[in-house]
Design a protein around this ligand. Structure first.
Ligand code: TRP
Length: 73
């Protein structure tokens, strides 16, 4: 598969989950990564991963800018 941009997720609280969802007919969780405050994950979309769900408070750096996900209060 062609090289895709990296996305960078920086956790702003403990226990942020980065969840990879499968590509294809079924869209299912296939991987969950737990990040604690200050930890960074660098990831790509791949032939196996079509979407990512970020649960918890984090900065998500993508080509179009920075999106901030919020934790539940
Ligand atoms: N094995 C997965 C893949 O190649 C690894 C992966 C890539 C991943 N990007 C991800 C896991 C994003 C979670 C979130 O697709």
């Amino acid at each position: 598969m062609a090289q895709t941009d990296y996305i960078v997720i920086k956790a702003k609280e403990d226990g942020v989950n980065v969840i990879g969802l499968t590509r294809g007919n079924d869209t299912k969780f296939h991987h969950t990564e737990k990040l604690d405050r200050g930890e960074v994950m660098i990831a790509q979309f791949t032939e196996h991963t079509s979407a990512m769900k970020i649960r918890g408070k984090a900065d998500v750096h993508i080509a179009s800018g920075i999106v901030t996900s919020e934790g539940k209060e």
